[in-house]
Design a binder for this molecule. Structure first.
Ligand code: FAD
Length: 527
């Protein structure tokens, strides 16, 4: 006999809510699993399969701080497996507290791709959509939402083409980065990855499959881009391509003055004929910095570079690339020299290198391999990613780099500006309300050491940075946002909260999807 809604409420919901709230407040690792998976779910006819044992991998992510066990993991053999499963859960209505999370490569930081007691869909297993490149005036590639960007790149390069906008690391899935934004050093020119998508196939929280684009089902299209997985699961994406260069000139220079550094960055991102990639990072109290660069970069002036002392100072590194093909080397060098002549870096710190386009784009993977070999990849990552309006970046830099942080030994701190005009305000992505804003990413690792609790130290530092931003009303927005209360989420979305909530009600009315974002909670039966 099926339990009545009230019975279900009494026996399950209260416990779930208590557990979930405790988890949110404490932020500590807990394990939840639901022994009451309806038997009907086990009887679904699928091309792939559901697993009810060995689900622990789906409770792990790159952040390594939250582990919420699902009841089952779906390894979809087709798009219709995902639709069938969600439709089934939708039809159970309030008689089930089951939720569904798409899991890309599990590179979230705070359990965003987890589904406590629910179903995790392992998107990388999605079969049936082979990457397909279409050349022509507006070339594009059709890929599965579970494809890794590195595979999208390999496939496109076979046709001499490549996507225009990237993330720094390519072992992330298309669906995962499109649910956030996908930002890297090309974003100033091409916009984030969500600005470079022609079409999506989406499965909503009701299990319906829709094709959408700027012309067709446009509301759903824009809702899903930057939508934190709230409105639908991306099963296919059509990504804009451009001719791929063969080579990249990769340049790093140092500044000791933040004003010159940021003014030069801003000049470069607004210049007509400029670099193809512009980023930057902050170095606080590091020793032997330039020595570390020598394995991959050549100093322009080795003698002067060897006399440069980085110790104990706050330095700002501007990083740029210029794409080229071997037969254009001379003209590329002239353009680079012209651009460099407009910059105010410390002359002895000019370092350059030439690498293939693939080597450049896949650069972080080289570090991953090294860190894995030392057991330093699968450690807690208490990352904090902020978007800071240009008008407040100097105040932010003075306080955060000059006072709150004593060093940058726990991981890189990225800092670079992007142009708001390259973002489409119809998407769900939330950005500061200024024409230019900075991405500031504190990418800390916190390996366990016996003498020092690095994780606690970094979390305290992150809190201080957030408190400063709130107190000084910096107008900051979190990227890859993490909040635990509805009030915080409303503040994050600001005037856009209403449309976000309306879209949720339209496309996922029972709040089945992406529970790990902790924005909405599954609708309870109305008795
Ligand atoms: P997951 O973490 O698995 O999922 C992320 C969210 O999207 C979850 O809520 C999930 O439920 C949802 N989701 C996943 N797949 C789908 C889908 N197909 N449809 C709908 N929803 C889905 N980000 C940048 O913008 N720029 C960077 O340069 C960058 N560098 C990074 C470097 C490293 C080393 C790491 C670990 C992360 C980096 N990121 C960067 C962050 C990255 O964009 C996020 O981690 C993102 O979550 C992608 O990871 P994923 O594919 O593993 O998705």
């Amino acid at each position: 006999m099926r339990p009545s809604p009230m019975h279900f409420l009494r026996t399950h919901t209260a416990n779930y809510l208590k557990l979930f709230i405790a988890l949110l407040i404490s932020g500590i690792t807990m394990h939840i699993s639901d022994p009451d998976v309806p038997s009907s779910l086990k009887m679904l006819i699928l091309d792939g399969h559901l697993r009810f044992d060995d689900v622990s991998l789906a409770a792990k992510d790159f952040g390594n701080r939250y582990q919420l066990l699902p009841s089952a993991v779906l390894y979809p053999g087709s798009v219709s497996d995902i639709s069938t499963t969600i439709k089934h859960i939708f039809q159970l209505g309030g008689n089930s507290m089951l939720t569904v999370a798409a899991r890309g490569h599990g590179h979230s930081l705070q359990g965003q791709a987890q589904a406590p007691g629910g179903i995790v869909i392992q998107m990388e297993s999605l079969q049936g959509i082979k990457p397909q490149v279409h050349a022509g005036e507006f070339p594009y590639i059709d890929v599965s939402g579970g494809d890794l960007w590195i595979n999208v790149l390999h496939e496109s390069l076979k046709h001499g083409l490549a996507p225009k906008s990237w993330t720094d690391y390519l072992h992330l899935t298309v669906g995962g980065t499109l649910s956030n934004a996908g930002i890297s050093g090309q974003a100033f020119h091409h916009g984030p990855q969500i600005s470079n998508i022609y079409q999506l196939e989406i499965i909503t929280g009701k299990g319906d499959v829709h094709n959408c684009s700027a012309e067709q089902n446009s509301d759903l299209f824009y809702a899903v881009l930057g939508g934190l997985g709230q409105f639908g699961i991306i099963t296919r994406a059509r990504i804009a391509l451009e001719p791929a260069p063969k080579m990249v000139k990769w340049i790093r220079v140092l500044y000791s003055d933040f004003a010159s550094f940021s003014e030069d960055q801003e000049m470069l991102i607004s210049a007509q004929n400029t670099f193809d990639y512009i980023e930057g990072f902050v170095i606080i109290n590091r020793t032997g910095l330039l020595n570390n660069w020598r394995s991959s970069f050549k100093p322009q002036d080795p003698v002067q570079a060897s006399q440069f002392e980085s110790d104990g100072r706050i330095l700002f590194c501007l990083e740029m690339t210029k794409n080229f093909n071997p037969d254009e080397t001379e003209i590329m060098n002239k353009e680079v020299d012209m651009l460099l002549s407009r910059l105010r870096y410390t002359p002895s710190t000019l370092f350059q290198s030439e690498v293939t386009y693939l080597e450049f784009l896949d650069r972080v993977h080289v570090s991953e391999v090294k860190l894995r070999s030392k057991g330093l990849w699968e450690v807690p990552h208490p990352w904090l990613n902020l978007l800071i309006p240009r008008s407040r970046i100097h105040e932010f830099a003075r306080e955060v780099f000059g006072i709150i942080l004593q060093d940058s030994n726990n991981g890189p701190i990225l800092l670079y500006p992007v142009n708001k005009s390259k973002w489409d305000n119809r998407t769900s992505a939330v950005i500061p309300d200024e024409e230019v804003f900075y991405l500031v990413a504190f990418l800390s690792s916190a390996p366990c050491t016996s003498d020092h609790d690095i994780l606690e130290h970094v979390l305290k530092q992150n809190n201080k940075i957030l408190e400063f931003c709130n107190h000084a009303k910096i107008g900051m927005k979190q990227y890859l946002p993490h909040y635990t209360t509805k009030e915080e989420w409303k503040a994050h979305f600001g005037a856009r909260w209403e449309i976000f909530a309306q879209r949720k009600n339209k496309y996922d009315p029972l709040s089945i999807l992406a529970p790990g974002q902790r924005i909405f909670h599954k609708a309870l039966p109305s008795s």
